[in-house]
Design a protein around this ligand. Sequence first.
Ligand code: URA
Length: 433
Amino acid sequence: MRMYDIIVKKREGNILSEEEIRFFINGYTNGEIPDYQASALAMAIYFQGMNGKETAALTQAMVDSGEKIDLSDIEGHIVDKHSTGGVGDKVTFIIGPLVASLGVPVAKMSGRGLGHTGGTIDKLEAIEGFTTEITKEEFVRNVNTHKLAVAGQTGNLAPADKKLYALRDVTGTVNALSLIASSIMSKKLASGADSIVLDVKTGSGAFMKTVEDSEALAREMVTIGNELGKNTVAVISDMNQPLGFEVGNANEIKEAAEILKGSDVKDLRELSLEIASQMSVLAGAFDKPEAAREALEENISNGKAHAKLKEFIEAQHGAGEMIDDLSKLPQAEYHVEVPAETGGYVNEIDAESIGVAAMYLGAGRQTKDDKIDHSVGITLKKKIGDKVEEGEPLVVLHSNMKEPEDSVEKVKKAYTITSEKKEAPILLHNIIK
Ligand code: URA
């Protein structure tokens, strides 16, 4: 087999066999196939596409290129959830305890954040003592005992993806659907869950800006999951503005804990219940999402879901009293309001800019060695469709700098205020099975 022939075959729009795809991935991972040939193939795939079978074969080859997490010691059907990334996305801290409160095991591998979207682990570390650096044995024991554990991504998962993603990044081939889908799914599939719920974000603050593109990506990923024997469902959800009102670390944990206590932050509660319902159905706990939702709402009302959050935090060495009394979470020194310069209605909030403003405060990393300040962040006071008077605060910046000018400027530019009222964006666009 020759790499040259594989490139030409794809360039001409033909379908690659599983053997050819495996030959490419194995050869590229071990250094036998050079970057220039891998780039040529990535570009051919960009223009010619790949069908479902080819994409599944590419994903499996990338999964097989490294370590696979073996979760077979965990009792029950394990469901994982993955979000394509959004600002203010604290759904994991809600759905984890919620689903676990039904007795369904949730075993999550998570990462840290870089840039404008924060990482799950960074946010959890706002809780004093909490650690995701637990041994495999502790992870398995915690899931079996508490039905929920979150571990940092360690090991060498899908190294072929790591190498190929870096190459795509510099050769203009990131935005090929089959390459994005296989990249995301290879890491998920190597993490060992039995079923996966994908939260595919759509809108100005998302990787995919239109509903059509997000649905196409979701379909690719669902096909891969199902082809490779994992039940997979995708929820297409809005990211035209941050999710909920809080963006940061400690403040996001606070907002999530409040949802588990019954607070009604509409978009955040709704999306969390939808994802948790889909997870519970995939795990076989319920036949229909509606029945699952009823049970999940009941576990919010009766306090079981909130108690599960505290139990999980304590099992991973965190200070459970911070969950009982949220004012004990890290607090910033200054609370700086950013006032509206004109009155009207909020028409747009550029989610990415809000994320960047939070990063400037220290809530995120600009470079991978930056240290996170868990106490800082942003509270949105106005969301799309809200009426605002001139001088009324759009957001409050929680800052350890007295005058966080860069963040103030970024927030001002993020908001568009018009005289006409715009309806709040649709939260859930579609569910793809
Ligand atoms: N995220 C990934 O992990 N891979 C891609 O290709 C794009 C986004």
